[in-house]
Design a protein around this ligand. Structure first.
Ligand SMILES: [Zn+2]
Length: 319
């Protein structure tokens, strides 16, 4: 059967993953390379071409009808270019054109990685069945994507749902993005760890100062560690509540390394949400952990490709 599969690329600062995915979201073929993130743009592109080359060499390639890319951002889907913060060799890099050439002219759909995660959670994960959802990743950074009215809403340039850079503290610390007091500046893993250390938390004998170590200390009752998670939870709650109040989402899904902290994050987050999501139409808002694992980016890129095709409804994407 022709065109019953899609190809997917998940491009991040550490790895470039590729797959052939069927219309049920199953990954049939995989390829992966490390991202030579500090090299020049052509060297990074060579790694992408190698991944695509492995996919095109598969006997299943003939069945692929489209290719979806979820890329670290910012992306510009309207121009087909990407400028990932952590891949300095790519600035306004014409990724769509280059991948289309490598993929033998298949139609290519580009979205930001946060949008891809939202597509994956909506299709196969915790936001399944929800027509209005915010899906977030809280790890080294804070990203996200939106499902509105039953469809993925990626925005004109593919970056909509970028909740990490909504300001929730008007006079807060400067953020690398240029604004102040962004959700990410307070709630990302490195910022949770930084705040704990600045407030006097000290790591155990292993010297681990990651957010995971702070979470461990918080679980053991360390008040400084607990306070750092409480603050992160407040920032996330304020951002989620603002989003819900603007566009009436009824669920927020949170994945990423920091979300693995479990109740250390989710308990104060649900409490804080009651303080910020106050109007009648957002009071039913729920916050749940993500269900998709490490393949979320690939599955989401596949969903974006399927969603861009006429057959998307038949494949169940977006419904
Ligand atoms: Zn920012």
């Amino acid at each position: 059967m022709q065109n019953d599969l899609v190809a997917a690329l998940d491009i991040g600062g550490t790895k470039i993953a590729g797959a052939l995915v069927d219309s049920d979201g199953r990954i049939l073929v995989r390829a992966q390379r490390p991202t030579p993130a500090q090299e020049d743009g052509e060297t990074v592109m060579r790694a992408v071409s190698e991944v695509v080359g492995e996919l095109t060499a598969s006997p299943l390639w003939a069945r692929a009808g489209a290719l979806g890319i979820g890329s670290a951002g910012p992306v510009d889907a309207s121009a087909g270019t990407v400028s990932p913060v952590n891949v300095p060799g790519w600035r306004d890099f014409p990724l769509v054109e280059r991948v289309r050439a490598a993929a033998g002219g298949l139609p290519v759909e580009l979205v930001g990685d946060g949008v891809a995660i939202a597509a994956a959670e909506h299709w196969q994960g915790a936001a399944r069945g929800h027509d209005n959802a915010l899906c977030m990743v809280v790890s080294t950074g804070v990203g996200g994507g939106l499902v509105l009215g039953g469809s993925l809403y990626s925005g004109p340039t593919g970056n909509a749902g970028h909740i990490g850079h909504i300001s929730v503290q008007l006079d807060g610390d400067p953020c690398p993005c240029g604004a102040r007091g962004c959700v990410e500046r307070i709630a990302s893993g490195p910022n949770i760890a930084r705040r704990a250390l600045e407030s006097g938390w000290r790591p155990g004998p292993d010297g681990d100062t990651s957010a995971a170590a702070v979470a461990e200390a918080a679980r053991a009752g360390d008040p400084v560690a607990l306070a750092s998670f409480e603050r992160a939870a407040q920032a996330l709650a304020a951002g989620i509540a603002a989003t819900a109040t603007l566009v009436e989402i009824d669920i927020a899904v949170i994945g990423g390394g920091v979300a693995k902290s479990g109740d250390v994050l989710f308990a104060p987050l649900r409490r804080a949400l009651r303080d910020y999501a106050t109007l009648s139409f957002v009071q039913q808002l729920t916050v749940v952990p993500a269900l998709m694992g490490t393949d979320a980016g690939l599955v989401g890129a596949a969903a974006a490709a399927l969603g861009s095709r006429a057959g998307a409804a038949a494949a169940g994407v977006g419904g």
